[in-house]
Design a protein around this ligand. Structure first.
Ligand code: CTP
Length: 438
């Protein structure tokens, strides 16, 4: 238990704790978004391929995350995108030649690889990977990869090639050997290729590559754990064209799913109807109604080590959804609709044998309009979960930031307003601490 979260023995709240009735979780954001890449030095290598155009966007994304980027290009890469473009985006002169005289010791391959926190080659062509595999080093980029300190500087390769080249046994063999030699050989995308063919072999998109780099540096407190997250609203149909839903955007749940994946977990995200992009490396199951969400969560729960219920589940559903659009009958009266209570997914999960044994750690969210502490404490007891995260519904639905109140059997702690991505990273670390202790 975080000492900041304990009630003292006489029941008074400690310095970091909040007192009931004095909640102020509506302050404006004061904390910077966290970035795993802040002040990291990334060498971005480009070998020859049409996917070089994506390297420009990638370079920009890395810089935006606070990294410094040193671009190294092969001569073939310079046929596809100019060093001028890459210099402008990285704000540093680009290296192309192993004979570059700008380095005082004339050993660019040594200097560049020693300065790097990671080397990412994107695109990595089939030819470049074949060259690396054999330890050949006849240009600056391959020379630098060979010279990198193996124990300290991770090498990420983002393959990009035509689908036939990709599936060729030589390429697959080379990639397997490169992995065995310690490189992170990333996957590829599928779809239409520049050559006009369709299939596997496209380079991953810049945002996907960005996440791969972030993953390298992210702490892994949930390594190998199975994390299940419910997120977003549910939609309860009244008839084929209308229904009852709520304003939950799903952003907190999606941020938690992303943070858990970066923390090394295998994440399944059961998402109500939202238009958010699937977090990187997360398995997504889309659902619509509370009953759908209940079925999807219960199906995944036997494998889960952690269940984080962020979803704003409708408490009630129409007893019978009309099969045809409900029409006005001219009486001026709204038709009477019978309602049935939905299952409480979190409470049911927390009552399973595995949860009672402590094998699945259940976390709930409480979206309230007032008296957050009292309501969160009531939900903690009613749902029999070890941790409830309280927040003000109207301040969080749709917003990119939030303020949280962590409530457990020992007390409560206030986390001030911050971006949801940052709160998610913090919360994942907090959950990891708690499951290690239990
Ligand atoms: N929850 C759930 N299934 C439900 C209702 C809620 O899993 N049918 C979960 C939510 O995902 C959240 C927690 O329970 O983690 C609290 O949800 P909330 O809507 O705040 O509370 P309710 O239990 O619905 O209670 P009330 O409507 O009275 O506030």
């Amino acid at each position: 238990m975080n000492p900041a979260m304990h009630l003292s023995s006489n029941g008074a709240y400690g310095a970091d704790c909040i007192a009931p009735g004095r909640l102020d979780i509506t302050r404006s954001a004061t904390l910077r978004p966290m970035s795993e890449l802040l002040n990291k030095h990334i060498v971005l290598g480009l070998s020859g391929g049409i996917a070089c155009y994506k390297a420009a966007e990638l370079c920009r994304a890395l810089v935006k995350q606070g990294a410094t980027v040193q671009v190294v290009m092969t001569e073939a890469a310079a046929q596809f995108i100019t060093p001028v473009t890459m210099q402008a985006l990285s704000n540093r002169p680009v290296f192309v030649s192993q004979w570059d005289a700008r380095e005082p010791n004339n050993m660019a391959h040594i200097n560049l690889s020693r300065e790097a926190d990671a080397i990412l080659v994107a695109p990595a062509s089939a030819d470049f990977m074949a060259k690396l595999l054999h330890g050949r080093a006849d240009d600056l980029l391959s020379l630098m990869c060979l010279a990198r300190p193996l124990d300290r500087v991770p090498l990420l390769l983002a393959p990009a090639m035509n689908r036939e080249m990709w599936s060729h046994p030589a390429t697959q063999r080379n990639m397997a050997q490169l992995r065995a030699d310690g490189a992170h050989v990333l996957g590829v995308g599928q779809g239409e290729q520049a050559c006009g063919e369709t299939g596997d072999g496209r380079m991953l998109e810049p945002n996907e590559l960005l996440h791969e780099v972030i993953k390298v540096f992210a702490p892994k407190p949930l390594l190998g754990k199975q994390v299940l997250v419910s997120a977003g609203p549910t939609y309860e149909a009244l008839d084929p064209v209308r229904g009852i839903t709520n304003l939950s955007s799903g952003k907190m749940g999606f941020a938690l799913a992303q943070a858990a994946a970066l923390a090394g977990a295998h994440v399944t995200l059961v998402a109500g109807p939202v238009a958010l992009a699937t977090p990187f490396g997360v398995k997504r199951v889309d659902v619509r109604s509370a009953l759908d969400m209940h079925a999807a969560v219960m199906a995944q729960l036997p494998q889960a080590d952690v269940f984080i219920a962020t979803a704003a589940v409708a408490d009630w559903r129409p007893a019978q959804a009309a099969s045809q659009k409900i029409k006005k009958d001219g009486s001026g009266q709204m038709p009477v609709i019978g309602w049935v209570e939905n299952p409480d997914i979190l409470a049911e999960a927390a009552a399973t044998e595995r949860a009672l044994k402590g094998d699945v750690f259940c976390v709930g969210f409480a979206a309230e309009s007032h008296d957050v502490l009292a309501h969160a404490q009531a939900k903690l007891a009613r749902k029999k979960v070890p941790l409830i995260i309280g927040n003000i519904g109207s301040d969080t639905f749709g917003a990119d930031d939030n303020a949280l109140l962590l409530v457990d059997a020992q007390g409560a702690a206030e986390w001030p307003r911050a971006p949801k991505t940052e709160l998610a990273t913090r919360l994942v670390a907090e959950i990891a601490k708690r499951i290690q202790r239990s």
